[in-house]
Design a protein around this ligand. Sequence first.
Ligand code: FAD
Length: 438
Amino acid sequence: ALSWKSFMERDLAGKALYTDEATVEKLSKDFYWYSPVLDRKLKDKRGDAVVVPRDEAEVADVLAFAYRHRVPVTVRGAGTGNYGQAVPLDGGIVLDVSEMDRILEIGDGYARVQCGVKLGVLDKKARELGQELRIYPSTYAKATVGGFVCGGSGGIGSVTWGNLWDGNVISAVVYSMEERPQRLVVSGDLLVDYIHNYGTTGIMTEVTLALAPRTEWMQVVVEFEDFEASVRFGEALARRTDISKRLVTPIEWPLPSFFKPIGKVLSPDKSVVFTEIADGLLTEVTALAAEFGGRPGHVIPAERYRKTIGLSDFTWNHTTLWALKSDPAYTYLQAGFDPDRYIEQLRTLKGKFGSELLMHFEWVLSGGQLLPNALPVVRFESEERLYRIIETCRSIGVEIYDPHTWSLDNGGRGAVPSMQARKRMNDPLGLLNPGKIG
Ligand code: FAD
């Protein structure tokens, strides 16, 4: 039988198609290699062809073609995900939507954009108009809006605004995978089936994100003798509703020693909290830090915002990036500590694992509750050892959102039962990013 690839030129005439090995290989990868477990399992996976649509109509054409020929479709934004979300497990078409990059409308409190718009580009535009993104990942310079909504969770801003599923996505246009792909306009509670879906329940072509009024942010490193004090200061700062902030990141020494580009301005042997606070509030933050034995170190004034490397370039999963640059044996975990006994949990884990587990927290307002989330950097020995650490965390009530799996059900956010039902409705043949859900 003739393969579907031989029909592509005819049926998708006029579209940007690539079948050369180099392009297909490159666009079949994301940042899964942060996990040595995923690296081993995914390094040989790739699609068979890449299509780069320019608009919604082309997306619908590709989906109809793929349905007709029973070909898997894996959609890709910038490919900065860490769980192999954008890696095709079963070949097929990689749908690279990065050229669908038009900002359609910025209104009061919202931005409506095509899925391939880069978050950094959108934020810059919004700030010119007196607004800004509420939340964005530390990869905002490269990452796309669609990739964040469908593959990410939260980031800078989440200490005030929560995660993607806390009302920060207003609506989306989604295409189903059927003989005649439907154009669905989704908003409100129904969005839960599409946020963090890895492109398994539909292709999001347009997104409306909530915006906040623009704030002038200053960046302050607060230094502490010990890590526990830095995490407790983090909580106190996160709770201060009179201090506008969008980043509260306690980081245990020696992790800051890996931050080469700002190494000169960080004091040796100090645990730190990296913060972004509204301009003019340094006195308040200094007083609060003193209560926990800390004091401000390096400060980047608001005028220098985005003009130099920023503190957020060392937070969220960028902390792991700098650790990996210093020693490729590092990997990481994603953990949810108990807000009522995180210090006790922290002591237990440090007591058991010492420097095998270097701690870094992100305070996040999740579902209205302030939570000490953490992305511990782990020195990788073996998969068994890694899962023993995970088991120990779970046994003391520290939740682990496993970043060493591509499965939506076991990883990042955990299973959303209605998403599986939506999958069956919108993608009856199971062609959208197969192997990632259910
Ligand atoms: P991709 O990797 O291209 O795609 C992500 C997933 O979404 C894939 O499953 C893909 O199939 C799907 N997808 C993409 N576009 C669409 C679409 N239009 N419709 C349907 N499905 C789609 N994540 C965070 O949440 N917070 C962080 O702070 C953060 N920090 C990071 C730091 C580093 C150093 C790295 C390497 C990663 C980090 N990430 C973080 C993960 C990732 O960078 C972000 O989630 C990012 O927003 C993904 O965007 P992307 O365009 O690269 O998506």
